[in-house]
Unconditional design. Structure first.
Length: 113
């Protein structure tokens, strides 16, 4: 999904992966696959070189969490993101996310990933 949909910002790939009525919990995006497609089309114009580097994934029943380094523009530090998906059958039916900028002056040497 990260390579096929998000890195390519390919709205045409949404229907194969997301339920048409999937529930979106990010307050900046409306619920439903149509809204996701519209967001991807806008993102393609604004961030044509976006990359999602999945660092780890955890699954528990119908929930999958992904810890991801998202870089919207090359050469920038990007964001540490956690996406949580609820899966039903072979479709994503629900999504939550949290995001924070990658620290430029960290107080420890442990790294965010």
């Amino acid at each position: 999904m990260y390579q096929e949909v998000l890195d390519r910002t390919d709205s045409s790939a949404v229907d194969a992966i997301f339920d048409p009525d999937y529930l979106q919990h990010n307050p900046n995006i409306a619920t439903g696959s149509r809204s996701l497609k519209e967001m991807l089309d806008r993102a393609r114009a604004k961030y044509p070189e976006v990359k999602h580097n999945v660092k780890r994934m955890i699954a528990d029943g119908d929930l999958v969490a992904a810890h991801v380094h998202v870089v919207f523009e090359p050469g920038t530090p990007g964001f540490a993101t956690v996406d949580i998906y609820r899966i039903k059958g072979d479709r994503i039916v629900e999504h939550w996310d949290v995001m924070q900028p990658v620290a430029q002056d960290p107080k420890n040497a442990n790294g965010m990933f």
